[in-house]
Ligand binder design. Sequence first.
Ligand SMILES: Nc1ncnc2c1ncn2[C@@H]1O[C@H](COP(=O)(O)OP(=O)(O)OP(=O)(O)O)[C@@H](O)[C@H]1O
Ligand SMILES: [Mg+2]
Length: 253
Amino acid sequence: MVWRGENLNKSYCSRTGAFTSKCHTVLSGVSFHVGDKEFVGLAGESGSGKTTLARIALRLEPAESGKLCLAGKSYADYQDRREFYRNIQMMFQHSSEALNPRWQVEQVLEEPLRYLTELSPEKRRERIREAMAAVSLPASLLRVRPATLSGGQAQRVCLARAIILQPNFIILDEPTSSLDMVIQYQILQLLRKLHQEQGISFLMISHDLGAIKQVADRIVFLHAGQIIENVATRQLNQVKHPVAKSLADAARL
Ligand SMILES: Nc1ncnc2c1ncn2[C@@H]1O[C@H](COP(=O)(O)OP(=O)(O)OP(=O)(O)O)[C@@H](O)[C@H]1O
Ligand SMILES: [Mg+2]
């Protein structure tokens, strides 16, 4: 198993007065795992808590309670930030915002290698070449700044950055939602290829069950901060919960 979350809870509180605050539960007793070399989809409507879960899994914010485990090790036992992020990487929806506009693509890809590995400059260049080839981008784009890239190219650069450290596990949050249908299809194919050829485990989050269905082996449904279904993709027609059922019906259209 590459990743596990157990009984995760999270709420956001805001002050309503000098001595009062109102809390809103976003995740409630969430437990599931992602197996080795597995491609899991996390589906749920807007506001169901998907991004919050991703942020917690990536240690971008803390859970209130619960246990998390990555590559056989509890999060609490990762003392070293570098070791943690060599195992888990991410790609979010708005790729153009995720890329530093002042940097050329080469710098974007070199940064994680520089900070998270001990590789020599020559080895770094080799890794950059390999990552560009893996996402089917020409080396000529290494000299380009993000503003010049198309949406699909920018998303490929973000994927190259995610795989460049050769992580076990990558979390994708709405990786294709801002792309048109053709580019979306190409990115999904690419994810599938990376999964099969490099053995990377993925958790792909999306409100678009149709996209998830094309790539995931198993689908977890989140609704109002709770897991309501956890099924193999080929058994999607057997979901019982009405919310999951209506999402599945809509994706069949
Ligand atoms: N930093 C925050 N402070 C307060 N509330 C937040 C914060 N982040 C998220 N929320 C709330 O938590 C709930 C879940 O948000 P989240 O972004 O995880 O949903 P989501 O499933 O990713 O939705 P979408 O499909 O629209 O991306 C929402 O009600 C949101 O308003
Ligand atoms: Mg979200």
